[in-house]
Design a protein around this ligand. Sequence first.
Ligand code: 13P
Length: 287
Amino acid sequence: MLVSATEMLNKARAGKYAVGQFNINNLEWTKAVLSTAQENKSPVILGVSEGAGKYMTGFKTVAAMVKAMLEEMKITVPVALHLDHGTYEGCYKCIEAGFSSIMFDGSHFPIEENVAKTTELVKVCHEKGMSIEAEVGSIGGEEDGVVGMGEIADPQECKKIADLGVDFLAAGIGNIHGKYPANWKGLDFNALAEIKALIGDLPLVLHGGTGIPADMIQKAISLGVAKINVNTECQLYFQEATRKYIEEGKDLQGKGFDPRKLLLPGTEAIKVIVKEKMELFGSINKA
Ligand code: 13P
């Protein structure tokens, strides 16, 4: 059964570890993430961007697939199905489709409008037992055509949005989506500590988990980060393993063209990186 992400993240924050949000793109991705979570007794959050939802023919398809997989794969660890960087309209679609968690990304709205829309969505989500994430300070890099400039969130704005009753908060602290450029300055831990001091126990979310060095991840967790989003790294692992399979000519041998064979190395590679992240985040055996 799908659960909201509130309880797993409150436990993670209190226990000083983080739960990974791994973005899914298709059946293979979902199967890989779910089986890794189950094998390692880790709670997990499946992230679905608006673009990925569209790719999979809609959020209803995604919710139906994930729910059926939990049953067929006999998954017993806590799993949340979460909309990543949702628009206002996308949030309502996911609420209707049966997701257990959403992120409303109102970071591009003027603060008053972000407040009004977040307040409304908090009420709707909580009535349905769902969790809701909000974002302050847009996160840089490019994701699904959404390009942010990479801001450091204003701690007072974080407090304002946190006080609306969201269940966890994404705050920009110099993190960006995708690969980090060579001249990246690293995470701003002073900003993180300032935000944490104002918002208290509310779990914080770190987007752009791909390529953040392990010591920075650990420091961020020690300062209140309880959810870390990883997307690009799974894509890169999938791509590399698939490329290797084809370059080695395996698709030309026997029935190597069978999609179940062709997509297997990539699927197995996702499992490797997801497990590595769960180890780094400290979520193994926390289910
Ligand atoms: P990466 O693609 O950099 O891992 O970021 C994922 C993310 O933050 C999803 O919201």
